[in-house]
Design a protein around this ligand. Structure first.
Ligand code: KIV
Ligand code: ZN
Length: 507
């Protein structure tokens, strides 16, 4: 721990299901809230703010479902300073309420059309009511960062006297800076009750402000998964946790290795895609372009990674393109757990560069497919393609000619078909006829990645006598991918037939 003044263990109140759901366009149903709540609970957050009970009947059902689902975390509802809000929260079986009162003059006058004294008496009355009904109360100041800090302290003091268990300070429009957060929390932490920091990210400072407040004595951080929330969002759970863990060496008690999985779930259920450069959970957070960084990473990953991707449940990705060298391809393959020979590596690098030259960024899936193809081709093919030429168009019958090596001798054949792929496959089948009677039973094609220059993966089911196998090929050119799949299938069928014959001879 590097000089953090702590109230005790740092606690996390996750508000993905309340403030996160207030992100434009997000609406979560009961099952979705339950799935996220379970994820948060198993991650180890202390409090789950499951929603705002007064919002709607559907919201109440969801909050109640979360509260009744036997989770370890405290389940909380957002409420205004109204006894009727406490009543609906009680109907949802929650453990606690996040009781929010506006505290800046701007909010008190413009929004509430009230005055400072009335806000305090309302907060006190509702805190007492909630306590009388057995709820844990977190009394929260909305727009606290723009409030008169003496007034804020007197409101908190009145709340404590009325029985509030915790306090919360909302930087509602994200205007705090770490220095101010430090100053304000140094004072507020003397009130003697645990106080939460709730930051918004309007200036991209939510994480820094949250950490500054924790350093100055805040006991609990309000966070959301992926930082989702109103406008620019809230302090993100993954950023705050990993900053504390990795940069301050604090054990937060959060199961960091499950962070990414939960991030994906939240992104999928909220429909909010992750920006590629989002810290910790963005697509690029552990992705490296080929080049000088990869040489560093090969020697020691710490050269260009501030933490191991596995710490947050991720994997390192190496993006390859035409600049890819042997080192980066080797490292990328290593990430898949693949070790290849020098000559296999050379072939894989050649294919990667070939795609790169076509302006293509080689994805994991592309590389995996290329590697699989090269590795299977290494098994001494009986049939090897030397040339394929295809003629197609709207006024010609699709025709293909192929030159192959079959068991060491050259064969040249032509074939026609309903399209260029069909013609190429027919030409190959004719070229091997008499040696292997192979049938194509199924043909399936997928574009692994988007765009007209996407790598294409072809799956075929091939049969010889009563044996069937599936094979695949991958290339940016659909004809070449098809030819590769068919040849792989033929080679495997011929090898299997040879093995059968050998077994018969031995028997
Ligand atoms: O940011 C905020 O002020 C809030 C309160 C309404 C709790 O989310
Ligand atoms: Zn908020």
């Amino acid at each position: 721990m590097r000089g953090i003044a702590l109230f005790g263990k740092i606690r996390f109140l996750d508000t993905t299901l309340r403030d996160g759901e207030q992100a434009p366009g997000v609406s979560l149903g009961t099952e979705e809230k339950l799935a996220i709540a379970r994820g948060l609970d198993s991650l180890g957050v202390d409090v789950i703010e499951a929603g705002s009970a007064m919002t709607s009947e559907g919201e109440r059902l969801s909050i109640k479902a979360v509260a009744d689902s036997d989770l370890g975390a405290e389940i909380c509802s957002y409420v205004r300073a109204l006894c009727s809000d406490i009543d609906v929260a009680l109907g949802c079986d929650v453990d606690s309420v996040h009781l929010v009162v506006p505290v800046s003059d701007l909010h008190i006058r413009c929004k509430l059309k009230s005055d400072r004294e009335s806000v305090i008496s309302q907060a006190v009355a509702v805190t007492e009511y909630a306590k009388d009904h057995g709820l844990v109360v977190e009394l929260s100041g909305e727009d606290a960062s723009r409030a008169d800090q003496d007034y804020l302290a007197s409101l908190y003091q009145a709340g404590i006297e009325a029985g509030a268990d915790r306090l919360a300070f909302c930087d509602t429009v994200g205007v705090l800076v770490p220095e101010t957060a430090t100053e304000m929390f140094s004072r507020l932490s003397r009130l003697g009750k645990p106080i939460s920091i709730h930051c918004h990210n309007d200036f991209g400072m939510a994480t820094a402000n949250t950490v500054a407040a924790l350093r100055a004595g805040a006991a609990q951080a309000h966070v959301t998964v992926n930082g989702i929330g109103e406008r620019a969002g809230n302090a993100s759970l993954e950023e705050v946790v990993m900053t504390l863990e990795s940069l301050y060496g604090i054990d937060t008690g959060i199961k960091c290795q499950d962070i990414y999985q939960l991030s994906r779930l939240v992104s999928r259920l909220t429909g909010l895609p992750m920006s590629p450069n989002k810290a910790i959970v963005g697509e690029n957070a552990f992705t490296h372009e080929a080049g000088i960084h990869v040489h560093g990473l090969l020697k020691d990953t710490a050269t260009y990674e501030p933490m191991h991707p596995e710490t947050v449940g991720r994997k390192r990705r190496i993006v390859l393109g035409k600049h890819a060298g042997r080192a980066s391809v080797e490292l990328a393959l290593r990430e898949f757990g693949l070790t290849v020979s020098e000559s296999q590596l050379a072939q894989i690098v050649f294919r990667v560069k070939e795609l790169g030259d076509k302006g293509k960024r080689v994805s994991d899936a592309d590389l995996q497919t290329i590697a699989d193809t090269v590795l299977s081709i290494q098994m001494e093919p009986k049939v090897r393609l030397e040339e394929v030429t295809v003629v197609a168009g709207n006024t010609v019958t699709p025709t293909a000619s192929v030159k192959i090596q079959l068991n060491g001798s050259e064969r040249l054949e032509a074939g026609v078909g309903v399209g260029p792929v069909d013609a190429a496959i027919n030409a190959i089948r004719r070229a091997i006829s008499g040696v292997a009677d192979v049938r194509l039973e199924e043909y399936h094609v997928d574009a692994i990645t988007g765009g007209t220059n996407a790598i294409v993966e072809v799956w075929v089911t091939m049969a010889m006598a009563d044996r069937k196998i599936t094979a695949r090929g991958a290339d940016a050119d659909i004809i070449m991918a098809s030819v590769e799949a068919v040849l792989e299938g033929i080679n495997r069928l011929m090898r299997l037939e040879e093995e059968d014959k050998a077994k018969c001879r031995r028997a």
